[in-house]
Write a protein that binds this ligand. Structure first.
Ligand SMILES: Nc1ncnc2c1ncn2[C@@H]1O[C@H](COP(=O)(O)OP(=O)(O)OP(=O)(O)O)[C@@H](O)[C@H]1O
Length: 223
């Protein structure tokens, strides 16, 4: 099967620290991939390399045959939730989404923005400034921001951080449906074994600079 994302002998160092050491792997379209590893193992670095927010020290990275190694533009059709989302604190959630949407190369309609907020369990009409949001609400707004432009590739770094049990369940169903119904590829970093077990088709373990593929258990999983 043709690759959708490809790492070819990728190295990434920061001064004397080598975070990725000759890493090669290929990912297919329309699957959910889990990335696991200890704190500081390099999950976020991999996500930033794929989304063009960081460059490799050497090696090549391809996204749908586009060579991302020296890409100058953020690739189209990627939704990203990496680290704590930065929002303008004195604006409402909806106003923040409108501003970010205005920067997109394929802006969504107001209705789509509202729907994205509703999908994650936020009220688009709520005028509360984001600075008063709880951790979970902020995280939900981060997910809404990542999905609002209907991306083909969704990169989610610890997306369930701060979400209550019911919201986690809803998000799991939502991400699974995005894959099944819209063929969205999802890359997920999580320290939560259950999220990985329930959501991912395939798993990558990152340790000491290497990335090892390990097959997800084939048990039938109910979301
Ligand atoms: N911009 C940077 N400058 C210097 N070092 C960095 C930079 N970004 C990441 N690193 C280092 O790269 C290593 C991997 O970091 P990364 O954020 O990818 O870890 P992670 O696997 O996502 O960890 P966590 O589970 O804690 O989120 C860490 O040692 C980190 O300090």
């Amino acid at each position: 099967m043709a690759h959708y994302i490809k790492f070819n002998q990728v190295n990434k160092s920061f001064k004397s620290e080598q975070v990725l050491n000759d890493v090669s792997f290929e990912l297919e379209k329309g699957k959910i991939y889990g990335f696991v590893g200890r704190n500081g193992s390099g999950k976020t670095v991999i996500f930033k390399l794929i989304s063009g927010l960081m460059r490799p020290t050497s090696g090549e990275i391809f996204l749908e045959n586009q060579n991302m190694t020296h890409a100058k533009q953020f690739p189209k059709s990627i939704g990203v939730l990496i680290e704590t989302p930065g929002f303008i604190p004195h604006y409402s959630g909806m106003k923040n989404l409108k501003i970010l949407n205005g920067l997109s190369s394929s802006p969504a309609s107001i209705e789509t923005l509202e729907k994205s907020m509703e999908l994650v369990g936020l009220d688009p009409k709520n005028k509360k400034p984001v600075r008063t949001y709880s951790l979970g609400m902020r995280q939900k707004l981060g997910i809404a921001q990542a999905i609002m432009n209907s991306p083909e590739l969704l990169i989610l770094d610890e997306p369930m951080n701060g979400l209550d049990e019911e919201s986690v369940k809803k998000m799991r169903v939502f991400f699974t449906n995005l894959k099944k119904e819209k063929n969205v590829t999802i890359l997920l970093a999580s320290h939560n074994k259950e999220d990985i077990q329930v959501l991912c088709d395939d798993l990558f373990e990152i340790s000491k600079g290497t990335v090892k593929r390990s097959k997800q258990s084939q048990e039938e999983v109910v979301v």
